[in-house]
Each structure stands twice: as C-alpha cells, then as structure tokens.
Design a protein around this ligand. Structure first.
Ligand code: AMP
Length: 189
C-alpha cells in the first residue's frame, strides 16, 4: 500500500495529474475541495457551514476539514492506497494526517509537490474560469486563495522536507511529461 500527497498551489495541475495517477495505480482519490463542493452543492449542514468561506477563497478551519477527512478515511478501511489532493494545506492538517495513517498501521510514503510560478497559475486559472465557471476562480477570490497558499499552505513543504518525504517536480510543461516524472518517483518505491 502506497499513500501519496499531491501538493501544489491552486492551478498547479493537481486535479489533472490525480485523474491520471488514479487510472494507472488505482489510488482512492481524496480531494477535500471536491468533498466540500459536493456538500455545498447538496446543501448539507456541512455545506451550509463552509459555503461562504469557500466562496471567499479562504481555507476552511482545520477542525472542520480534519473531521471530514477522518470520516472519509474511516469509510475506506480496505483502500489499496490513498492519493490526497488539496490536503494537507496546513501543518496541523499534515500532523493529523500522519496520526490517522499511523493509527491504521500505514503512513504517507511520499509527497509530490508541483512547482508552478504565480504568473503561470493566474493564466491557467483564468482559462479554467471560462470553462468550469468555478465561483472561487473569480479574481478577488483567486487572490485570496493564492494568499492563503503562500501564507499558510507553503509551510507544509518544510514539514515534509525535513522528514525526507518531499519530491518537487516542475509543474510547467507537457502534461504527459509531468505525469511520467511523477510516475517514476512512485515506481522507484
Ligand atoms: P480546491 O478545489 O482544492 O482548490 O479547494 C477549494 C476550496 O475548498 C479551498 O479554497 C478551500 O476553501 C476549501 N478547501 C479544500 N481543501 C481544504 C483544506 N485541506 N483545508 C482547508 N480548506 C480547504
């Protein structure tokens, strides 16, 4: 069983690469962004709670995010490997994730960070906005999401780096080439 975190700022290509990795390796995909979007779309109590926060581009508080994640993991006891996409986004989340994994006698084996500069991220999200019409891709919300990334989420990188679990990959270029690079990191294990 291999568990992997795919890490990167909004627009880095996590969603695209996740889809390809799931097809190839059969990971159970855990995207907290997709989970929150499902709740807001279906107007669940959790969805009602996080809608405003998400629409502002801010991060949902750790307690809410971590308990939603735990519930999802508990529902998949037989998974043959998880791919975490958009989680963890804070050091507290990274620590909680390690605990959940340890409780299930497993671990996060490695973290793949997609490195994409801010100018490229903005261009990609502008393109995505015209296709997917995501409310949080609008410019003021996008600014907030990028600020959240560079003020809170980026600190997760040294957390994993210190433990030798971080693999940084250039996230700019051909999708297939990026995918092959990620695959070669996984295949080495
Ligand atoms: P994403 O699709 O991963 O960019 O997530 C969309 C939005 O969901 C984010 O801007 C946050 O408001 C919320 N969200 C998703 N994952 C997390 C997380 N791990 N921690 C806090 N908020 C999150």
């Amino acid at each position: 069983m291999i568990n992997l975190v795919l890490f990167g700022p909004p627009g880095a290509g996590k969603g695209t690469q996740s889809e390809k990795l799931i097809k190839k390796y059969g990971f159970v995909h855990i995207s907290t962004g997709d989970m929150f979007r499902w709740h807001t779309k279906n107007d669940t109590p959790l969805g009602k709670k996080v809608k405003e926060i998400m629409n502002s581009g801010a991060l949902v508080p750790d307690e809410i995010t971590i308990s939603m994640l735990k519930e999802k993991l508990d529902k998949n006891p037989d998974a043959n490997g998880f791919l975490f996409d958009g989680f963890p986004r804070t050091v507290a989340q990274a620590e909680a994730l390690d605990k959940f994994m340890a409780n299930n006698n497993t671990a996060i084996h490695f973290v793949i960070a997609l490195d994409v500069n801010e100018k490229e991220l903005r261009e990609r999200i502008e393109k995505r906005r015209s296709i997917e019409n995501r409310a949080d891709d609008e410019e003021d919300k996008l600014n907030k999401r990028i600020t959240e990334y560079f003020s809170k989420t980026i600190h997760v990188l040294p957390f994993y780096e210190k433990q030798g679990r971080l693999n940084t990959i250039n996230g700019i270029g051909d999708i297939e080439n990026i995918f092959n690079e990620i695959s070669s990191v996984i295949d080495k294990k």
